[in-house]
Design a protein around this ligand. Structure first.
Ligand SMILES: C[S@@+](CC[C@H](N)C(=O)[O-])C[C@H]1O[C@@H](n2cnc3c(N)ncnc32)[C@H](O)[C@@H]1O
Length: 349
C-alpha cells in the first residue's frame, strides 16, 4: 500500500444512498458541526487523554478511525505512537482532514479513505485498535454504533481494543413545570385560535436541551449498559425497566436521560470516563427530556417505575422509536389521587 495520504474517490456513490442517508452525510460536510464537536473539550480531551494514557498500547499498532471527520482522533493516535492510522469518512469533510493531516506532518502515518466504511476495502486485513466518536443524542440516535460493530466484526484482531468500549444510559425525574406548560399551553390559544391538535405531536418529541441539576428531583437509574467488545446489533433494540424515587415534595413533569462513556485503561489504572449528565460539565450532547403525559405530584420517597423500549425506526434506522410506560406509586397523604399510570410514545428524528 502507498504510504502517502490519499483521499481516493468515494467508495460509495452518494446518489445510490437513500435521501435520509444523503441528508445524514451532508450534515457532516459543513465545518460548523465539526467546530462544535472539536470545541466540546469534555469530549475531545477525553479521547486525547484516553489515547495518551494508553500510549504503550498504541505503540506500533494499526489503528482504524471510524468516521474520522477532521481527522482529530487519527492525529491523536499517530502522535501517540501508532504505526499507521486509517481514517474513513463518507462526508466531504475528509478533504479538509487530508489538508490537516499533511499540514501537521502526518502524511506518512495516516491514510484517509472516503466512502461508507461498509463499502470500503481497507488496505490492512486486520487492525489492532478501533477509535470512533459515534455517540448521538440519547447515545443511540444516528445509529452510528452499527458501523463500529461492523468494523469490529470485520477488521478487529482477536483481543483488539475499541476506544471507547463501555457506555450506559441513565434516567431520572425532572421538575420543568414552567417550560413544559409554556411549550404545551401555547397551542391552546394561537392568535385566538385553538391549535391543540399540535399537542400530541409535541409530546412525542424528546427535547435535547441543557437541564439544571437542581431540577432533577429523583434518584437516578441506569437503563442499560453496552460493552462494545461483545454487544450485538440486536442488543441495540432493547427494553429496560427502571425504578426511581422522589427526593423531595415537588412535581415530576418529565424524565431526563443522559449517557456515560468509558475508555479501556492499562492494568491497574483508573479508566478515562465522561458523563453527559446534568451533574457533569456541559457537552454538546446536552441531555434528552421526555415529557410525561401527567404532571406527577410527588412527596419524598414516592416511587416511579416503568419500562423504556428503544428501537431503530423502521423507515429511517437513524431515528429512534421510544416507548415509555410508567406507574407512579404515591404514598401517604392523598396517595390515591396522586398515583398515576400512563404511557407515551416518542420519536427522535
Ligand atoms: C460524530 S462525527 C466524529 C468526527 C471525528 N471523529 C471527531 O471526533 O471529531 C462522526 C463522523 O462519522 C462519519 N460517518 C458516520 N457513519 C459513517 C459510515 N458508515 N462510514 C463512513 N463515515 C461515517 C460522519 O460523516 C462524521 O464525519
Amino acid at each position: 500500500m502507498s504510504n502517502k495520504t490519499t483521499v481516493t474517490e468515494s467508495a460509495t456513490d452518494k446518489q445510490t444512498l437513500s435521501q435520509t442517508e444523503q441528508h445524514y452525510f451532508n450534515s457532516y460536510d459543513h465545518y460548523g458541526i465539526h467546530e462544535e464537536m472539536l470545541q466540546d473539550t469534555v469530549r475531545t480531551l477525553s479521547y486525547r487523554n484516553a489515547i495518551m494514557q494508553n500510549k504503550d498500547l498504541f505503540k506500533d499498532k494499526i489503528v482504524l478511525d471510524v468516521g474520522c471527520g477532521t481527522g482529530i482522533l487519527s492525529m491523536f493516535a499517530a502522535k501517540n505512537g501508532a504505526k499507521h492510522v486509517i481514517g474513513v469518512d463518507m462526508s466531504s469533510i475528509i478533504e479538509m482532514a487530508n489538508k490537516l493531516v499533511k499540514l501537521n506532518g502526518f502524511e506518512d502515518k495516516i491514510t484517509l479513505l472516503r466512502g461508507k466504511l461498509e463499502d470500503i476495502e481497507l488496505p490492512f486485513p486486520k487492525v489492532d485498535i478501533i477509535i470512533s466518536e459515534w455517540m448521538g443524542y440519547f447515545l443511540l440516535y444516528e445509529s452510528m454504533m452499527d458501523t463500529v460493530l461492523y468494523a469490529r466484526d470485520k477488521y478487529l484482531v482477536e483481543g483488539g481494543l475499541i476506544f471507547p468500549d463501555k457506555c450506559s444510559i441513565h434516567i431520572a425525574g425532572l421538575e420543568d413545570s414552567q417550560y413544559k406548560s409554556e411549550k404545551i399551553n401555547y397551542w391552546e390559544d394561537v392568535y385566538g385560535f385553538d391549535y391543540t391538535p399540535f399537542i400530541p405531536l409535541i409530546m412525542r418529541e424528546p427535547i435535547v436541551d441543557i437541564v439544571e441539576n437542581v431540577n432533577v428531583n429523583t434518584t437516578r437509574s441506569q437503563l442499560i449498559e453496552f460493552d462494545l467488545n461483545t454487544v450485538k446489533l440486536s442488543d441495540l433494540d432493547f427494553k429496560a425497566s427502571f425504578t426511581i424515587q422522589a427526593k423531595r415534595e415537588d412535581w415530576i413533569n418529565g424524565l431526563i436521560s443522559w449517557f456515560d462513556i468509558e475508555f479501556p485503561s492499562p492494568e491497574g489504572k483508573k479508566p478515562i470516563t465522561f458523563s453527559t449528565g446534568p451533574h457533569a460539565p456541559y457537552t454538546h450532547w446536552k441531555q434528552t427530556v421526555f415529557y410525561l403525559k401527567d404532571d406527577l405530584e410527588c412527596e419524598k420517597g414516592d416511587i416511579l417505575e416503568g419500562h423504556l423500549t428503544c428501537s431503530p425506526n423502521k423507515m429511517n434506522n437513524r431515528d429512534l422509536d421510544i416507548y415509555l410506560d410508567y406507574e407512579f406509586i404515591a404514598k401517604g397523604v392523598d396517595s390515591e389521587r396522586r398515583s398515576k399510570k400512563n404511557k407515551n410514545q416518542y420519536i427522535m428524528h
